[in-house]
Design a protein around this ligand. Structure first.
Ligand SMILES: [Cu+2]
Length: 287
């Protein structure tokens, strides 16, 4: 019976290891709904994945090591009570050297991880390290307001020269609006200003590895870059009320020309006054 328990306690770590090993092939791994599959859909997302894998390798080695040590202790202890064995008990008063080693080694590993990930975290979070396209976190493509239970998006409108106007902190008559449909150009960093209209939410683009809380009263700049055109998932990742589950929207990455075309169509739609002929004239006259 004692051998049974040895195998029992060794069985579960092996199950855990095998499950993790096959998880990517079973689709139980990174989010995979976007156009890039399980691979991160943004350059900084790939670097975040690399950090994740580095930590995973370290924890895997630690897990395997501790489980092997556990197995050794279990089987050795069980063997002691076998028939004909002189020594029935295994006394241990600990090992000072071992304790020093397993304090210093993890401390060094943690320090290494803390230093190693600083560059990526800086680029993701620190405004002055944002990509040049956002001009140090000052040029935003849209304002995204999370509210129970939807995402409201405010884009700056198109100016008389056919170019996008800058996004103003306060709503403008020329602004364009969508709900649950965030559009950005493909292959270039885009910054949004994240707000909350009520409670705390979290702006989550799983395929791009972006997650940022939306906090009432704060304007939080968030940047990301979709490396491929297509539809991505935009979710709320903070339990924000009864309808949290349906706070699902999409991020659509389009080539620059298509993106501008979408903005132009949005302008026409929003200026539409119910009289088709007149609308065209008015819209053209305004442009
Ligand atoms: Cu929410």
């Amino acid at each position: 019976m004692k051998r049974f328990w040895c195998f029992f306690f060794m069985f579960w770590p092996i199950v855990a290891f095998v499950l993790c090993w096959i998880a990517p092939d079973m689709g139980w791994w990174f989010p995979s709904n976007g156009p890039t599959g399980m691979k991160a859909a943004s350059p900084i997302g790939e670097r975040i994945d690399d950090l994740y894998y580095m930590i995973l390798y370290i924890t895997t080695a630690t897990f395997v090591g501790t489980q092997v040590a556990l197995g050794y202790v279990l089987f050795k202890g069980a063997a002691m009570t076998d028939e004909g064995n002189e020594q029935k008990v295994w006394y241990s008063h600990g090992s000072h050297n071992l304790e020093v080693i397993w304090t210093i080694v993890p401390a060094c590993i943690l320090l290494f991880i803390a230093l190693y990930q600083m560059d990526v975290v800086k680029e993701v979070r620190v405004k002055s390290a944002f990509p040049a396209e956002t001009k140090g976190g000052t040029v935003a493509i849209a304002e995204v307001t999370a509210r129970q239970f939807e995402w409201r998006i405010r884009y700056p409108g198109i100016g008389p020269d056919g170019k996008k106007l800058p996004l103003m902190p306060k709503p403008q008559p020329t602004d364009l609006y969508t709900v649950n449909d965030l559009r950005v150009p493909t292959g270039e960093p885009s910054m949004i200003i994240l707000q909350s209209g009520d409670v705390q939410h979290a702006f989550f683009l799983p395929e791009l590895r972006v997650k940022q809380d939306a906090v009432p009263g704060l304007d939080i700049p968030v940047w990301f870059e979709a490396s491929k055109s297509g539809d991505y998932t935009l979710l709320c990742a903070e339990l924000c009320g009864w309808g949290h589950y349906k706070m699902k929207a999409k991020l659509v990455a389009q080539p620059e020309a298509d993106h501008m075309e979408f903005m132009r169509q949005l302008t026409v739609q929003q200026n539409y006054d119910g009289v088709p002929e007149a609308t065209n004239e008015v819209a053209q006259g305004e442009e």
